[in-house]
Design a protein around this ligand. Structure first.
Ligand code: EPU
Length: 256
């Protein structure tokens, strides 16, 4: 089954074409399709590769054997509410981290030291359940290239309300304009926001896109920004940061 998605509305950065997306309703090989998740970390051109999205069968949360099992199509906000209601700790930052479980796991998303892999037990792939110890992962990185269908988490700790407050404070210097979150990963020992700011690009605009005035590592869509506007700003930031600091910024957003 296919569905038509308008990425200028669906993606968090509100950029992209109207495109056909294959809906995956049962476990199957990906066949070179790119899984879009919630399109929270994507920048999609007018000519993207074949795209796919997980169907509602994979949108679920359940407690099994005192473990939390979350389907990959489940949105972070739903997981956060479930954890709060059932007094489950360890995923409190999901209240401030938009995404679907599959996308969050694939990139080991997180906020500072709070990462989705911290209390992960295993992930469900097409034919196997893979234990965390058998997965290579790090800062905003995993070696998973197959479709993730679910993640299973430890539920030892109670829900921690003071962490919720802490995550709100962490978000306070981030813009609310449409964006894809942090545009670049932080280079080791430094931060992309500081570097983009230092080369004078904070608030710098191209067409309808801008490096945010609030936080320089957020590429924001202020007014009908195009894919080209966004790419221009990404290249400009990489070039200037390299010229000035000899540091190669690596995109956190995925460009399709
Ligand atoms: N900074 C500047 N200018 C700016 C922005 C930041 O100089 O315009 C400096 C700050 O003063 C600070 C440093 O850069 O010294 C780091 O900034 P911040 O504390 O805002 O954190 P960050 O490293 O930019 C990271 C994650 C965010 C996450 C916050 C939680 C990355 C790339 N970013 O931001 O993750 O929400 O910590 O505090 O790891 C995401 O990955 O999409 C994301 C939003």
């Amino acid at each position: 089954m296919n569905k038509i998605v308008d990425f200028s509305k669906f993606s968090s950065i509100k950029i992209g074409p109207i495109a056909e997306v294959e809906v995956i309703n049962e476990k199957q090989p990906l066949n070179n399709h790119f899984l879009i998740g919630g399109a929270n970390n994507l920048l999609i051109s007018n000519n993207p590769p074949p795209l796919a999205i997980l169907g509602k069968e994979f949108n679920y949360i359940k407690i099994e054997d005192n473990q939390l099992k979350v389907g990959a199509a489940t949105k972070s906000g739903r997981v956060f509410s479930f954890c709060k209601k059932h007094n489950i700790g360890g995923l409190e930052y999901l209240g401030k981290l938009p995404g679907t479980m599959g996308g969050l796991l694939k990139m080991n998303a997180g906020m500072k030291s709070y990462e989705i892999f911290n209390n992960l037990i295993s992930i469900d792939l097409e034919n196997i359940t893979k234990e965390k110890k058998d997965i290579d992962f790090g800062y905003r990185y995993t070696d998973i290239h197959e479709t993730i269908y679910a993640g299973t988490f430890d539920i030892k700790q109670p829900f921690n309300y003071s962490l919720v407050e802490e995550f709100s404070i962490m978000r306070a210097n981030q813009p609310s304009n449409p964006s894809a979150g942090s545009a670049f990963k932080n280079p080791q020992g430094d931060s992309a926001g500081r570097l983009i700011d230092a080369v004078g690009l904070k608030g710098f605009k191209k067409g309808g896109a801008s490096w945010s005035k609030i936080h320089a590592n957020f590429l924001v869509n202020l007014d009908n920004a195009t894919f080209e506007d966004a790419i221009f700003l990404i290249k400009e930031a990489k070039n200037r940061v390299f010229e000035e600091f000899k540091i190669e910024l690596e995109e956190e957003i995925i460009i399709l």
